[in-house]
Design a binder for this molecule. Structure first.
Ligand SMILES: NC(=O)c1ccc[n+]([C@@H]2O[C@H](COP(=O)([O-])OP(=O)(O)OC[C@H]3O[C@@H](n4cnc5c(N)ncnc54)[C@H](OP(=O)(O)O)[C@@H]3O)[C@@H](O)[C@H]2O)c1
Length: 210
């Protein structure tokens, strides 16, 4: 936490509450959370009003929420397509359009979007996920150019396989990137002197399973 006050969200109130408890270890700043589906612009607006009330301001937005729905295009439901794009792409837009005016009022800020190597490497069964992450990369670079002179630094991280709950049922594997390694990359982005912007980071397991 490195002294920062943090607000988190997720769709499940129970998991948000458990994560707030985990993160509130007494060594960092205030930690608050609220359930919100970032695919809903209305819920995102409510979430940011909650953050205003609880933390009194915003300096950094990390767009990490994302889902993976995989399958051949000919067999993909419209619902699976929509919830992938709604979460991984539109949700990021909804959060950025709330955060950027707040950053401008405060004199600056950071957006760090968690994309994926799937944002540059298409793969079979990845149509919806690839589209969401290719789109996220283009969106992020355009936004960086829109707001760099507002003192807003916009970056994105493109990880390969990370050891998380992203693919339920896939056995745990210690060759994958650890989630804390991604957090370390985000911290490096935030620690850069004001003159310097890490615009994108690619990161992959050193020795993926053959
Ligand atoms: N794991 C990998 O190998 C990998 C590789 C490259 C990129 N990524 C990217 O890394 C990011 C984090 O994924 P992860 O690996 O940590 O997956 P994860 O363990 O499944 O975590 C995803 C998180 O996003 C939240 N979330 C999902 N949909 C949401 C929504 N509509 N509104 C609000 N919160 C939502 C989930 O909380 P709830 O379930 O409570 O909503 C959960 O906290 C994603 O953007 C993913 O695309 C992951």
């Amino acid at each position: 936490m490195h002294g920062a006050d943090v607000a988190i969200c997720g769709r499940s109130a129970e998991s948000v509450s458990a994560a707030v408890t985990d993160l509130s270890d007494g060594t960092g700043g205030k930690v608050v959370g609220r359930s919100a589906d970032i695919g809903s612009d209305r819920q995102v607006a409510e979430l940011f009003r909650f953050v205003d009330a609880e933390l009194g301001g915003l300096d950094i937005l990390v767009n990490n929420a994302g889902i993976g729905v995989f399958g051949p295009v000919g067999e993909m439901s419209v619902d699976d397509w929509r919830r992938t794009i709604d979460t991984n792409l539109s949700g990021v837009f909804y959060c950025c359009r709330e955060a950027i005016p707040r950053f401008r009022n405060a004199g600056g800020g950071f957006v760090v979007n968690i994309s994926s190597l799937a944002g540059k490497n298409p793969f079979s069964r990845g149509g919806a996920y690839n589209a969401s992450k290719f789109g996220l990369n283009g969106f992020t670079e355009a936004m960086m150019m829109d707001h760099r002179y507002d003192n807003i630094r916009v970056s994105y991280v493109m990880p390969g396989s990370v050891e998380t709950e992203f693919s339920p049922g896939v056995p745990r594997a210690d060759w994958k990137i650890a989630p804390e390694d991604i957090a370390e990359i985000v911290l490096s982005i935030l620690r850069m002197p004001e003159r310097t912007l890490i615009s994108r980071v690619e990161v992959r397991p050193s020795k993926p399973q053959k």
